[in-house]
Structure formats: structure tokens, C-alpha cells
Ligand binder design. Structure first.
Ligand SMILES: [Zn+2]
Length: 167
């Protein structure tokens, strides 16, 4: 494990802490890491700010993080950077840890912050996203179909021939 992990399982290893960490974009979208599906490409590294505190029966994690994720606009279908601000609040109760049911917590009681934030992103995922409030959608951005262009009218060539014939 690396310095993106924190300990909630063991009394000796776990400690209260307040910390900030740069989370590399490459790690967040690295499919070879962790147990939670990787994120789409990110515009920049994310920055975590949070605190781990002891509560009755376990630990509580509170913090926040902002992501700029590559998405496709649901209206105009153009790619854009979707901004997502997460507010994280999780409890890790010792009684639950002993059951071993949370896949985010390793056998040694460590939690991977990268995986945890990925999960939070997927929980906050929205299917319908737009590049801007005023996005005009497909109709305005796309070129008009060929049949609507004046010079492509099927009778245009014919009209030209008739004019020539009158000369
Ligand atoms: Zn759009």
C-alpha cells in the first residue's frame, strides 16, 4: 500500500488526522489499480482535503474533493469537462469491519482513498449532463442536411437548362 491509504482497522495503526493530498489524475483513471472501476480521463489532478476522527465504535471520515471529468454532452454530443464537487462523510465502525464485508477495507484494516473517492464519484454520477446551460443541442450545431441547401434542389439544374433553351 502507498500513502493514499489510511488505517481504520487496528487500534495501534489508526490515528486521528487532518490532511490534504494531491490525487494524480493518472491514478484515479488507472484500470490496473484498486477494486472500484476507474474514472474517465480527468483534466487535472484532484485535491483531497479531509479529516479522520475517532467516534463511538469506530472512525469517521469527512472531507471534500473536486473532479473535472471527461464527459459527452447529452444535448450536443460534444466532449466537455464535467465538474463534480464531492462532499464525503463515511463511518467505519469496528463491529462492521470484523464482518469483513466492506470491499474498500483490506484485511489489515486499510482504506484506499483513491478507491473510496472513485466509489463516491460513481454514487454521484448523473446520466444527463450538458456542456453549458445554454447548450443549443444538435440542431443548431450540425450542418443542414444536403436536401435543404438551395443549390442542391433537384430542379435547379433543370431550370438552368430551360433558361438556356430560350436564348
Ligand atoms: Zn452541449
Amino acid at each position: 500500500m502507498d500513502h493514499y491509504t489510511f488505517q481504520v482497522g487496528r487500534r495501534r495503526g489508526a490515528r486521528e488526522r487532518c490532511w490534504e493530498a494531491a490525487l494524480p489524475a493518472a491514478l484515479l483513471s488507472d484500470g490496473g489499480r484498486g477494486v472500484i472501476s476507474p474514472l474517465p480521463p480527468l483534466r487535472e489532478d484532484a485535491r483531497w482535503q479531509g479529516a479522520l476522527r475517532r467516534i463511538r465504535g469506530g472512525w469517521q471520515l469527512q472531507g471534500g474533493c473536486r473532479f473535472w471529468l471527461r464527459r459527452e454532452c447529452s444535448r450536443c454530443l460534444q466532449p466537455f469537462w464535467w465538474s463534480l464537487s464531492l462532499v464525503v462523510e463515511r463511518e467505519f465502525l469496528t463491529a462492521d469491519l470484523e464482518e469483513g464485508e466492506d470491499p474498500l477495507i483490506s484485511a489489515t484494516g486499510e482504506v484506499d482513498l483513491i478507491d473510496l473517492l472513485r466509489e463516491e464519484v460513481w454514487l454521484s454520477w448523473r446520466q444527463f449532463v450538458v456542456c453549458s446551460d445554454g447548450c443549443p443541442g444538435m440542431a443548431v450545431r450540425a450542418a443542414p442536411p444536403e436536401s435543404e441547401r438551395p443549390d442542391a434542389h433537384p430542379f435547379a439544374a433543370l431550370a438552368q437548362l430551360q433558361l438556356n433553351g430560350k436564348d
